[in-house]
Design a protein around this ligand. Structure first.
Ligand SMILES: Cc1cc2nc3c(=O)[nH]c(=O)nc-3n(C[C@H](O)[C@H](O)[C@H](O)COP(=O)(O)OP(=O)(O)OC[C@H]3O[C@@H](n4cnc5c(N)ncnc54)[C@H](O)[C@@H]3O)c2cc1C
Length: 428
């Protein structure tokens, strides 16, 4: 290897940030290689808007080749790390295999849907982690309303118009908030369905958005209830079936739609490393290196990064932390080659934004709570600034949505099998 080779596994928030910063710092003096299963960076926070017909799917993807001209993208899924031989093996999208050597390795593989041992969930719930799941969900919701319009009996009509979302974190809350607006648009051709769509949001916690501030949760709670969402707290799903779900309260809810947003867990590929883990995430020190392996960095959702602002804690699984981990890892890699000094990762969170659709949002930029239209402006401005590309296209879709409403058609591009939660079962 003529130039030092830095291999980054995963091109999400963390991997993208490290690659971009390294490309700037190295100015071609290092070879930067990204191994990622897709040729795009996915802006996950806007996925609920794809699933509910507001944004077209390509809007939330940014081409890696175009956005990172200083890096080489290898399409593949890493399936083995040999830290002694310093190699990563991978399988490409067509089943071919390869192996690549490195001088520095950055593990940034993110997370996958969290599963709970609830009977029927793997078979009947819809997960929510990538483009195909969002597209499938969009079709599924559309189909339920269209089939309800032609249902033979009232019970089937109501079941098809009932949507159960499990998990009231930011994903579940946003999907519900946007979903209500989408089904309201979808039922317009069927006057008899106008008051039918029923959305339930379920969580075992005692409030919405348990990981965010109570004020944000109260604001979101109020907006959802005003839209008619039934919020069931301290409640869980006991069993899922093809025609309904049984709740921990004993209630049986007839539905064809169980939307699984209970959170994420780190990608299983890091289990195989045999390295110390905390909460399923790879243990790293405050410089983001894996103890005993100074050339190996782990960042983002996959890593248990010490939170120096809250001693004893690790940083949350958020895009904000992941991107900033990426920048710190790049600076520390440069420092390992004598450029600058290495630094500990320290970041106090800057607040959070929750888009509730229409003109509503809840946000606390710099911990100042705001809601309604001002929060909407902050939320959308934040997303546009955070996206590494496609800003005009996203803003264009938002404008079209305001002027014309959402387009309710199924495209049928993604099969149920392609997005089964089964493919993410713990044995994977
Ligand atoms: C629907 C949704 C909405 C969210 N909304 C917000 C929000 O509003 N605000 C916020 O702060 N956070 C939000 N998050 C959380 C945030 O997106 C994550 O914390 C963040 O994406 C973590 O970044 P990461 O780089 O660690 O992982 P990711 O962004 O998930 O990227 C991981 C990358 O690694 C790739 N990969 C996985 N396995 C392999 C492998 N074996 N080999 C090679 N590549 C691999 C993946 O394809 C992906 O490209 C949301 C998450 C979801 C799912």
């Amino acid at each position: 290897m003529a130039r030092p080779r830095i291999v980054i596994v995963g091109a999400g928030f963390a991997g993208f940030a490290v690659a971009r910063k390294l490309a700037k710092l190295s100015q071609g003096s290092a070879e930067i290689v990204i191994v990622n299963p897709t040729d795009y960076f996915l802006y996950l926070p806007l996925l609920p808007e794809v699933a509910t017909g507001l944004l077209e799917p390509r809007r939330v993807t940014v081409s890696l080749a175009a956005a990172l001209p200083g890096a080489r993208v290898v399409l593949g899924e890493a399936d083995g790390f040999d830290l002694d031989a310093r190699t990563v093996s991978y399988t490409d999208p067509e089943g071919g295999t390869g192996k690549i050597g490195y001088h520095r390795l950055v593990i940034a593989v993110g997370s996958v849907n969290k599963l709970l041992p609830v009977p029927g969930v793997i078979e009947h719930a819809h997960g929510f982690r990538g483009i195909s799941e969002a597209l499938y969900l969009r079709d599924h919701i559309t189909r339920q309303i269209e089939m309800a319009g032609n249902a033979a009996d009232d019970a089937e009509r109501q079941a098809r118009c009932t949507f159960v979302v499990v998990g009231a974190g930011y994903t579940g809350t946003e999907v519900t908030a946007q979903g209500v607006l989408y089904t309201k648009d979808l039922v317009k051709p069927w006057p008899e369905l106008r008051d039918r769509p029923r959305w339930l949001l379920i969580d075992t916690a005692d409030r919405l958005l348990p990981s965010l501030t109570p004020r944000l949760a109260e604001d979101a709670d109020q907006v959802l209830r005003e839209r008619g969402v039934e919020i069931l707290l301290k409640t869980s799903v006991q069993e899922a079936m093809s025609t309904g779900v049984r709740l921990s309260t004993g209630e049986y809810v007839p539905t064809r739609s169980l939307i699984w947003c209970v959170g994420v867990r780190p990608d299983p590929v890091i289990d195989g490393l045999g390295l110390p883990m905390r909460n399923g995430r790879l243990v790293v020190d405050e410089f983001l290196t894996v103890p005993g392996h100074p050339d190996v960095y782990a960042i983002g959702d996959a890593a248990a990064v010490p939170d120096l602002t809250m001693p004893g804690e690790i940083t949350g699984m958020t895009a904000q932390h992941a991107s900033r981990h990426g920048v710190t890892a790049a600076l520390n890699i440069a420092a390992s080659y004598g450029r600058g000094r290495r630094r500990a990762y320290k970041h106090r969170d800057l607040g959070f934004v929750v888009d509730l659709g229409s003109l509503d949002s809840a946000a606390n930029p710099l911990h100042i709570p705001i809601r309604g239209f001002p929060a909407k402006v902050v939320t959308r401005g934040y997303h546009l600034l955070s996206m590494p590309g496609n800003r005009v296209r996203v803003a264009g879709d938002w404008l079209l949505d305001t002027l014309l409403g959402r387009q309710g058609v199924q495209l049928g591009l993604v099969s149920k099998e392609a997005v089964s939660l089964e493919s993410q079962s713990p044995e994977r």
